[in-house]
Write a protein that binds this ligand. Structure first.
Ligand code: AHM
Ligand code: MG
Length: 333
């Protein structure tokens, strides 16, 4: 097999499609390098003294794990000095992070969830990093939160890394989805899957069913129909998977199809669902659409939502097109 590195892929992509100018290439390579460092820290586990709680809370009121903070710091440090960014934002930081004055500024904005699947950190289950890249608005002065509040359709790149049995990086720059595997001996990202495609039909779904009693009727109806299997209205059996790391669930869906749901429910109307729009739902929606799938909030395409707040939450229905369309249609009835 001819090995194509991430760098070679990015250079050739720019030559053929003109979608990855040098500054964006640098950005993607720096993020990929940071993910390598995070992968190394995750892989050390107890030997690296990185396990357990940091005993601090993030802006969402969630207790931070040591690895949440370590991963956030790795991404910040890696991306500060290159001159490719105007500012960053993260799940783990209340406000945006400006590039220090001693470094040149660039024209991109980077958002990330540094370590997604925090509840799985201490139990050796796959976790990951999610990132989204926007262009700074024309004529922007000192960046503000407002400059980040662009719909997901404006993303110029998005991706995630999964730290699992293998470490993989899945990337889109708006021209399909490609997967790179980390060669741990060489320390390099190698292209291992071109043009990932999500099958339109699926027999697998992912939802945290422990919340069933709080669901709204369209979600209850949809899941009950799946659970009824070949004796129900779908006349077919469906299988359930829930990893509790969105990166790992989405990676399974990009690999073999499926539908992933994290709905809003009746508990707290000010908190529609758990997942965050700007650095979880948007990048995943971009990837899923680029792979031929669909992503909605039950009412509209996720990528069309005009964000109002940096840490805004959103209901998520994504994956195989026919299932996402069906559950979205149930919300309209
Ligand atoms: P996190 O970013 O704090 O890790 O939270 C997001 C995660 C997702 O990866 C996952 O799909 C979801 O939370 C799991 O939630 P639950 O524990 O309710 O199953
Ligand atoms: Mg997350």
């Amino acid at each position: 097999m001819k090995r194509i590195s991430l760098t070679q892929y990015l250079v050739e992509e720019q030559r053929q499609h003109n979608t990855i100018p040098a500054e964006l290439r640098l950005l993607i390579e720096v993020v990929a390098r940071a993910c390598k460092t995070i992968s190394h820290a995750v892989g050390k586990g107890a030997l690296g003294e990185v396990m357990g709680s940091a005993e601090t809370e993030n802006v969402q009121g969630e207790v931070q794990k040591k690895l949440d903070i370590i991963s956030n710091d790795i991404l910040l440090e890696a991306n500060e000095w290159g001159g490719h960014l105007a500012a960053m934002a993260s799940e783990e930081m209340e406000t945006i992070h400006l590039i220090p004055n001693r470094y040149p500024k660039g024209e991109y904005l980077l958002l990330f969830d540094p370590l997604d699947g925090s509840s799985n950190i201490d139990v050796n289950v796959s976790i990951g990093t999610i990132f989204s890249v926007l262009k700074a608005p024309e004529g922007m002065g000192v960046p503000t939160e407002q400059d980040f509040l662009q719909p997901g359709s404006q993303q110029v790149a998005a991706g995630y890394a999964v730290y699992g049995p293998q470490t993989v990086l899945v990337l889109t720059t708006g021209n399909g989805v490609n997967c790179f595997t980390l060669d741990r001996e060489m320390g390099s990202w190698v292209l291992t899957q071109r043009n990932m495609q999500i099958p339109t039909e699926t027999k697998e779904f992912a939802i945290n069913a422990s919340n069933a009693r709080h669901w709204f009727p369209p979600v209850t109806r949809y899941v009950n129909e799946l659970l009824a299997g070949d004796s129900g209205p779908r006349s077919s059996n469906f299988n359930m998977r829930w990893i509790a790391s969105m990166v790992a669930d989405v990676h399974r869906i990009l690999s073999r199809g499926g539908v992933f749901i994290y709905p809003a429910d009746t508990r707290d109307t000010k908190m529609p669902g758990k997942l965050r729009l700007m650095y979880e739902a948007n990048p995943m929606a971009f990837l899923v659409e680029q792979a031929g799938g669909a992503a909605t909030n039950g009412a509209q395409r996720i990528l069309d939502i005009q964000p109002e707040k940096l840490h805004q939450r959103v209901p998520v229905f994504l994956g195989s097109k026919s299932e996402v369309e069906r559950v979205t249609a149930y919300h309209q009835e």
